[in-house]
Design a protein around this ligand. Structure first.
Ligand code: DC
Length: 220
């Protein structure tokens, strides 16, 4: 039987990882968070003091990175780095590394390999368009900038951290701008992706909508 492949793309804060994790559990398949892999590159570069212009050093660094997921956490060379890669200081620099063509070429290979071995739901920005163009289920999950900013603010509130809603909204819009307008593999809805706008939807509704798309596909 062919592997199950579900591609979920969309802007930052649309809820891709929350939804993809739930669907992975429901279907008993693996969740691959490609954003986490770009974050791991940014973290390693920061630790080793490698700038975005030092392409050879970056390539050598990536060649030494063994990445896999355990219980949805990213393990880098045997160490769980999930908490570190989600720190704001990594969020701030990651898109600079993610826009380097050579970095993307390396990660494309790793991400495709993961989908060959396992049944996966993979989320990111370019999964349906570039990484897995043959995925049978493609979802473009989005939400208004306002909704996404409010969701992020709620996360800060729950962690007891201070925040500025206007600043969060501004950061989200800027990040969308960068992700949608970079030269290589910009964030874009694949022609055959199903658009799900979660602005007015709860988590369960989004999960059900995506499972509905999946069930209809596999019945065909
Ligand atoms: O989804 P995230 O916030 O963890 O993604 C981190 C960064 O990596 C973000 O700037 C977009 C980028 N990214 C990408 O360019 N391609 C992907 N497939 C996944 C993430």
């Amino acid at each position: 039987m062919e592997n199950i492949i579900i591609a979920v793309d969309g802007p930052a804060g649309a809820g891709k990882s929350t939804i993809a994790k739930i669907i992975a559990k429901r279907l008993n398949i693996n969740y691959i968070d490609t954003g986490a892999m770009y974050r791991a590159v940014a973290l390693s570069a920061k630790r080793n003091n490698i700038k975005t212009t030092e392409i050879d050093s970056l390539m050598n660094m990536i060649d030494k990175m063994e990445m896999h997921f355990e219980n949805d956490d990213l393990i880098l060379n045997g160490v769980n780095i999930q908490d570190e890669i989600t720190l704001p200081e990594i969020s701030e620099i990651v898109s600079q590394y993610a826009s380097i063509p050579e970095v993307r070429s390396k990660l494309v290979v790793l991400q495709r390999k993961m989908s060959e071995k396992y049944n996966v739901i993979m989320d990111g920005r370019d999964i349906g368009t570039t990484i897995l163009p043959n995925a049978e289920v493609k979802i473009y999950l989005t939400a208004s900038a306002d909704t996404r900013a409010k969701r992020r603010a709620l996360e800060y509130e729950q962690k007891g951290e201070s925040f500025d809603l206007d600043q969060i909204r501004k950061d989200i819009i800027e990040r969308d701008e960068r992700d949608m307008n970079r030269e290589i593999s910009p964030l874009k809805q694949a022609d055959d992706a199903v658009l799900v706008d979660s602005s007015e939807m709860g988590i369960d509704q989004v999960v059900d909508a995506i499972l509905d798309v999946y069930n209809k596909k596999i019945q065909k």
